[in-house]
Design a protein around this ligand. Structure first.
Ligand code: PPS
Length: 569
């Protein structure tokens, strides 16, 4: 297939060996399996389908080091972000070099076989500094690296059995080969890619029109549907939006295709990776706008990257990458012209209208009008469905505190008050109830406690997602696990952390279950507050000391907080 836009590194990789499917499946039955998480599954898909060409598998140790130290693969080819397979130490201990391991998706289906070439301890601090330019774990990429990724990386070549299965939007999913074939068939030599993780409003329409027109190119709208930033609008709603705005684009020169990428929110470095991917998909140009792949603000409230830092880096490397950047300044609506324009083209005597992301969310929440100049009616309708007002959303009240602090009593009182209101179904996941019904086999080691809290978080997230109220009342002594649960639930609805701060002395003096006495005598080990730590919550939504307030009053305080936050009317 001739093309004006050769793949990155010269060769489009396809790692799926469809000739040997049955043989490989049988072989995999005897191999150790690794169950991939969503991020790893996305990476694997882009490795197998060639979007990460010329990579032939997860990076080995030398490639990893080379990417971190020089920003290139070992052969000198520019590569901005390591593509590695992280696993926990325990699993790594069972794997030897040269072993083959079966990689399975979240349903347990076999996707590929990895031949382990290298196994090493990740240098996470260096990786964070080199890729994200920060070790602040409010950065989602750093958070994954430090708090979720396994300690050990496996590298080696892959043989794909089949691409991960997607039940959704199959007609909109293309491999790089398929998209290239399509471009070839249509005679599209020049294609400008638009990367997005948000719904398309009129500013984006104007920007993409301009990019295509100025470069006499066709337009590929290629939204990310793998993993984006927590809190983003889910991809189902977004794809419905994209499909609805497509008729507003010229049919002959526009194409919509979904990209199963797991974004790292690595800003400038990620822009380079996006460019490589789009080159592999056959594009000649890529739009880089303001704050491309930006992760938001750091723990001091400052942006992690400069607004146009990604453009600066792309400018430096676009010729090396072999794909041209179409840079854009922020777009703003000019009333006199009745159109969006890049801010650097707007003269000071013109009237600029603006609706920020926060203002849009406020208007959606309050059911207020959103003007036609800002977006398409179909998109707004979809967003209104997606973001019901807070009093219609589900939420989780997550109590944490020492044993005997009064969590269960307040949780029960709160449950009764919420049932009285009768607006939503209420589920109480009390520490003891969960331990009996959900986690009966678990003890109180750090690992088991974390597992217990993650299970509670999972159930609460499902309840919240479906519009119910989950009241959780475990000890939840560890900060990281509490944060993980918050991250799991917040994108789906409300999350209110209540720290029941009754002191150890008071809890111990009460000793309702006689457990503190036993713990002091050493009859119970790993007892929170005695010989196991309780890490204080940093910024709970409410702090309640039951020595000072009754359970009834505490529950009432929570009701008032929920009212203030808008979750109950
Ligand atoms: S955790 O850490 O969040 O998983 O603990 P949790 O599931 O909430 O604990 C539930 C109850 O178990 C009793 N118990 C202990 N707590 C702490 N440490 C040790 N070693 C322990 N062994 C038993 C304790 O009574 C907890 O109940 P509450 O309601 O908090 O008093």
């Amino acid at each position: 297939m001739t093309t004006l836009n050769p793949p990155y590194g010269g060769e489009l990789v396809n790692l799926v060996d469809s000739q040997q499917t049955d043989f490989l499946r049988e072989k995999a039955n005897d191999l150790l399996s690794i169950d991939l998480n969503l991020r790893q599954e996305c990476d694997l898909e882009l490795l197998l389908n060639g979007a990460f060409s010329p990579l032939q598998g997860f990076m080995n140790h030398k490639q990893y080091q080379s990417v971190l130290e020089h920003g290139t693969l070992t052969d000198g080819l520019l590569w901005p972000i390591p593509i590695t397979l992280d696993i926990p130490q325990k699993l790594a201990d069972q794997i030897q070099l040269e072993d083959e391991v079966a990689l399975r998706d979240r349903e347990g289906l076999l996707v590929a076989i990895l031949t382990v070439e290298d196994k090493w301890l990740a240098d996470k601090a260096l990786e964070a500094r080199q890729v994200y330019v920060t070790t602040d774990d409010t950065h989602p990429g750093v958070d994954y690296l430090f708090n979720q990724a396994g300690k050990v990386y496996l590298g080696g070549k892959l043989v794909g059995i089949e691409l991960p299965n997607h039940y959704d939007y199959q007609a909109l999913r293309d491999t790089p080969f398929e998209l290239r074939q399509k471009f070839h068939r249509l005679g599209w030599n020049k294609v400008v890619a638009f990367q997005t993780r948000n719904p398309i409003h009129k500013a984006h329409q104007e920007l993409t029109f301009r990019a295509a027109k100025d470069n006499q190119a066709n337009l590929l709208i290629q939204p990310v549907v793998g993993m984006t930033k927590s809190g983003d609008i889910d991809h189902f709603s977004r794809v419905r939006c994209y499909e609805k705005v497509l008729p507003y684009f010229p049919e002959q020169t526009t194409c919509l295709s979904l990209l199963p990428l797991a974004m790292r929110m690595a800003g400038p470095k990620e822009a380079l990776l996006h460019a490589i991917i789009r080159k592999n998909y056959g594009c000649s140009h890529i739009i880089i706008g303001r704050d491309h792949a930006g992760p938001g603000n750091d723990s001091n409230g400052k942006p992690f990257y400069g607004a146009y830092e990604a453009q600066d880096l792309m400018l430096q490397y676009q010729s090396t990458l072999g794909i041209q950047m179409v840079p854009f300044k922020e777009m703003a609506y000019v009333q006199e012209k009745a159109q969006f324009m890049p801010i650097d083209e707007i003269s000071s005597n013109m009237t600029v209208l603006d609706i920020s992301g926060t203002e849009l969310r406020r208007r959606l929440k309050e059911g207020l009008a959103i003007p036609d100049w800002f977006s398409f009616p179909e998109v707004i309708e979809e967003l209104r469905k997606n973001r019901p007002s807070k009093d219609k959303q589900g939420f989780t009240v997550f109590f944490t505190g020492l044993s005997g602090s009064g969590k269960s009593t307040i949780a029960n009182a709160l449950m009764i008050k919420l049932l009285e209101l009768g607006e939503r179904p209420v589920t109480l996941l009390d520490g003891d109830i969960v331990r009996k019904n959900l986690s009966s086999e678990l003890g109180f080691s750090k690992e088991h406690r974390n597992l217990n809290i993650e299970r509670i978080g999972f159930v609460a997230s499902e309840i919240t997602k479906n519009g119910g109220i989950a009241i959780c009342a475990p000890i939840a002594p560890y900060k990281i696990t509490r944060r993980k649960v918050k991250q799991m639930i917040s994108p789906l609805g409300g999350f209110i952390e209540v720290y029941v701060s009754t002191s150890l002395e008071v809890c111990e003096a009460r000793d309702r279950k006689g457990l503190y006495a036993k713990a002091r005598k050493g009859l119970i080990k790993e007892f929170t507050g005695i010989d196991d730590p309780y890490e204080l919550p940093v910024s709970p939504d409410l702090n309640i000391d039951t020595q000072e307030v009754s359970a009834d009053l505490a529950a009432q305080q929570i009701i008032l907080k929920l009212e203030q936050l808008g979750y109950i009317k």
